[in-house]
Design a protein around this ligand. Sequence first.
Ligand SMILES: [Zn+2]
Length: 321
Amino acid sequence: MGDVKQSRLNPEHIQELVALPALRKRWHEQQTITPEAELETDWTSLARAMSSLPAGVQRGITKHVVGMCGVGKFKLQWGSADSAACPCCGKFEDHLHVPRCMAPSASAEWERRTATLDQWLDTQVTDPAIKHAILHLLQGVCDPSLPCSRLVPVRLRRAFLSQQRIGRAFLSQQRIGYQGLLEGRLSVQWAALQEQYLQSRGSQRSPTLWVSRLSHQLILLGFHMWEHRNSVQHSEDNVQLRERSRLVNDGIHSQCDMGPTDLPKVVQRMLAVKRRTVLNKPLVDREEWLKLVRMERTAYGRALAPQRRILHRFFHPAQAP
Ligand SMILES: [Zn+2]
């Protein structure tokens, strides 16, 4: 995706972009879509797919496809986070990273969602060759070793080009790019291929409806990956929270190892419980526990310092200053 302005898009601007012509204009201005891909995209089906999404999803998707959403990159720029790290894997996060995240939970979510799409394609009487091509192209989305708009591995490309019927549509979709596929931008060539297949089976189903529904499913696939990322962000599985948890647990171990000496009686009781009991508490409670014990140990140590100096001078008069 091309460069985007570094400021936050206001809600009115997002609302304007939700209408596909405005979004298309922005893609063109930002050079997100090449003139070649522009000609090969089935814009009518995309417009139909977008308008069939719930309003909230439309706004969320629009922010995402212009690359201006609450990912680490922008949260850092906006000052609402102190790192651009992905909450799932800890790597730099922009909007392109979300479906490409290799964290185990993100990979599992991707597998689940693409398996669901596989089944959905069957229920829609999809030409098996088209299904195979779309699912292979989707593999390019999550493979971080591949640029988002470049060719799929040579062996796959050769396999599809050898199928004359599907090869041109496959190449056309590649020109639109993997990210374009995940944003529902399908090639104009799929509808004709699906129509041939439906006719060969004597089906009355509409191939144009099939394309817009597929576009809708692909958009939702990307949206579900975003939702998964957000669920991790707000759970204790978040990378940043895991690091906080690790640090606080280290501190608890250290305090338990030091024992109750140098602590007032009331705080000594906090160390009388089993270490495991403290470690099993929620993160916020553990942080509070550690903060209190550290504070009390420091304060008690400071209060005892004059007495210790007197005792030291008493037992070591020759060393006294
Ligand atoms: Zn990640």
